[in-house]
Design a protein around this ligand. Structure first.
Ligand SMILES: NC(=O)CC[C@H](N)C(=O)O
Length: 205
């Protein structure tokens, strides 16, 4: 069973539909006990960083998430804003701390204009997985995913970086750190490559 954390922000229905299309059981929950007992967790996210973190804290989800992720070492996948929440904090917010699980800060895309590009980065783009990262199934072609974001996760070092994307310049678009993973793009909007990534995650033991 894959447990999708419902803190009021994210494409939860689309994620459940995609997982069920793949033949996996998925449940949305706003129950802290269900979160702490989960066997796999997805932290979705659409919207603003501070609101998301304030919701997680107000709902009492932080401790159950940490119990599942660090005591029970449950495979955990943050999606877009959900990945940002894994870091220390975000320039998008007013200083609300993130979960602090990954040594990274979320910064605004500030280089687009010099490349004649707009922010947010919206649309399909190819992704370059780091060799050996478990998130992406081996594939001859570069996987392509759908992005909608104005901020990106800047890791302190390349250790957690699991994939990069180029939008005027290269940026981190996925992180992997033990059982903790995050992707900047939206698998639930990314058709066959999104299906492949969620299948890889769902198959993890
Ligand atoms: N799709 C989103 O919610 C984007 C996450 C974050 N607000 C960003 O702009 O990067």
């Amino acid at each position: 069973m894959i447990t999708i954390v419902d803190y009021g922000m994210g494409n939860l229905g689309a994620i459940v539909n995609m997982l069920e299309f793949l033949g996996y059981d998925a449940v949305m929950t706003a129950d802290p006990l269900e979160i702490s007992k989960a066997s796999k967790l997805i932290l979705p996210g659409v919207g603003a960083f501070d609101r998301a973190m304030l919701n997680l804290r107000r709902l009492g989800f932080v401790e159950p998430l940490e119990h599942a992720a660090f005591e029970r070492k449950v495979p955990t996948l943050g999606l877009c804003l959900g990945m940002h929440l894994l870091g220390r904090g975000s320039a998008e917010g007013n200083g609300e701390p993130g979960l602090g699980w990954v040594a990274a800060d979320t910064l605004r895309i500030d280089w687009a204009a010099e490349h004649g590009l707009k922010v947010p980065h919206v649309g399909w783009n190819s992704v370059s997985p780091v060799a050996g990262t478990p998130l992406f199934a081996e594939s001859a072609e570069k996987p392509r995913f759908y992005f909608v974001h104005s901020y990106y996760m800047q890791c302190d070092d390349r250790g957690p970086v699991a994939a990069t994307c180029t939008y005027g310049r290269e940026f981190c678009c996925a992180v992997s750190q033990a059982n903790i993973h995050g992707v900047q793009f939206h698998p639930e909007k990314s058709h066959k490559h999104g299906l492949a990534l969620l299948k890889t995650f769902a198959e993890w033991n």
